[in-house]
Design a binder for this molecule. Sequence first.
Ligand SMILES: [Zn+2]
Length: 126
Amino acid sequence: MSYLGHSYDHTKMKLTTLQKWLRTINWLRREFPPRYPVTICSQSLKGLSGDCIFKNHRFLIRINSKKAFSERIDTILHEYAHALTWFGADCVEDHSDEWGLCYAKLYRAWDEWDYGRAKDDPQTNT
Ligand SMILES: [Zn+2]
């Protein structure tokens, strides 16, 4: 199989879902650096969209790779908000007000960021 790239339209900057996914992870790490290292892995999870585990001063975020892209984005923002607002409590599913604000902030920022494409559009610079 060869990839000549002749069908790639640079002007439209089309991104595959994998590119969007990796950009989103890099963007999160860059814009919202967590207190502890965060490992993000995609895998098949039965009956679960994703979760966030804190262990040995590291976060592990697991995302169900079987879910649709939009749901995986939703999940990673949700779980990443846990990593940013977690103070080491035992309870994993603690959706506190602080977490809710963080999640909303991440979602809004992610929406505005638009995979970095907005930078090329002067109208979105506010
Ligand atoms: Zn949660």
